[in-house]
Ligand binder design. Structure first.
Ligand SMILES: [Zn+2]
Length: 330
């Protein structure tokens, strides 16, 4: 078990993440708070490196493995959801290994460069800098990656055409866009906060496609129903509000699907009475709230504490992707 080293105020860890075996190195410098749970750090690493989160992963530090315990596997892993970064490494120069995709075995060294005090007004995690593109998913590990680069860089290479076709688009090994990464990290920032006090439930899909109705569930293909939910929405510069919304619902998968354009129109209407300046602000649908509380809130404001007592965060937030034969979970 990790030793408990709790501090009241989380400090900020500056981490250098390097993809082992990469030459010249593929690396990122990031800042995260020491109270970041390892399951959230996994999401952060996926974003900053540029992986697509298709595969399994695990962390290792001081001889202990952290991941998602699987009853079918006899591996001795600590549950990453119950451990924070600060409990695993706590001194500058300490290291942690993050392995992604046990097939290709992408090993990342995570070095704690320094421990900082949080800067006022700064939101963590952030990507400070970095270099070079993430290898394409499933290219066969670090050696496979260099074979791939050689093939796409040399038009006489026997696999030149095949590899170009496989990667599907131009691939620039030097590409790195810090701003794009930081935009994506904003999503994790909000999603890693827990709001509701009830146990998480429902999978949630915000559907950006106006022409996709989802009369069938994108996960199990059974017909969906229409059902009204009270959603809990976090609006930037305003906070949490409850928003009644008719959703497509798959009872089998406990999945809610909401049309983004409809939701935004209804939010704007709701906000026009509460706080018109907040219309158009970034928002995040965090979960559901019991309908009786939402209904009461239509007549008189419900204190935030009470709202959260009756709210549940989503268990999962999913994306959908169009494929020739229909819609599938991305
Ligand atoms: Zn379903």
């Amino acid at each position: 078990m990790p030793t408990q080293k709790q501090t009241l105020d989380p400090s900020v860890y500056q981490l250098k993440v390097t993809l082992n075996g990469s030459k010249p190195p593929i690396w990122r410098r990031i800042q995260v708070t020491s109270d970041t749970r390892l399951d959230v750090l996994h999401q952060i690493l996926q974003v900053v490196m540029g992986w697509e989160n298709y595969h399994l992963h695990q962390f290792m530090a001081h001889g202990v493995m952290y991941g998602t315990p699987d009853p079918d596997f006899d591996l001795d892993v600590e549950n990453e959801e119950s451990v924070t970064l600060g409990q695993v490494i706590s001194r500058a120069k300490e290291k942690l290994i993050y392995e992604y995709d046990f097939g290709d075995s992408w090993e990342h060294e995570i070095l704690l460069e320094k421990i900082l005090s949080p800067k006022a007004g700064e939101n963590y995690p952030i990507c400070v800098t970095g270099k070079r593109a993430c290898p394409p998913e499933d290219c066969g590990g670090i050696w496979g990656y260099y074979d791939f680069l050689e093939a796409i860089g040399n038009s006489n290479h026997p696999e030149h055409e095949e590899m170009l076709e496989w990667v599907g688009e131009e691939f620039d090994p030097e590409a790195f866009d810090r701003n794009e990464i930081n935009q994506m990290l904003k999503q994790i920032r909000s999603a890693s906060q827990r709001f509701g006090h009830l146990p998480p439930r429902y999978a949630f899909v915000l559907n950006p496609y106006k022409d996709a109705r989802f009369t069938k569930c994108p996960q199990c293909d059974r017909p969906t129903r229409l059902r009204k939910f009270a959603l809990l929405v976090h609006v930037d510069d305003l906070g949490l509000i409850a928003q009644g919304k008719t959703c497509r619902f798959c009872p089998e998968c406990e999945m809610l699907i909401v049309h983004q354009d409809e939701l935004e129109a209804q939010l704007a209407e709701n906000l026009s009475q509460l706080e018109p300046q907040a219309i158009g602000n970034d928002y995040l649908v965090t979960g559901t709230i019991e309908r009786k509380i939402w209904r009461r809130g239509l007549n008189q404001p419900v204190p935030l504490d009470e709202m959260l007592e009756h709210a549940a965060d989503f268990e999962a937030v999913l994306q959908v992707e169009s494929q020739p034969a229909g819609w599938y979970r991305a």
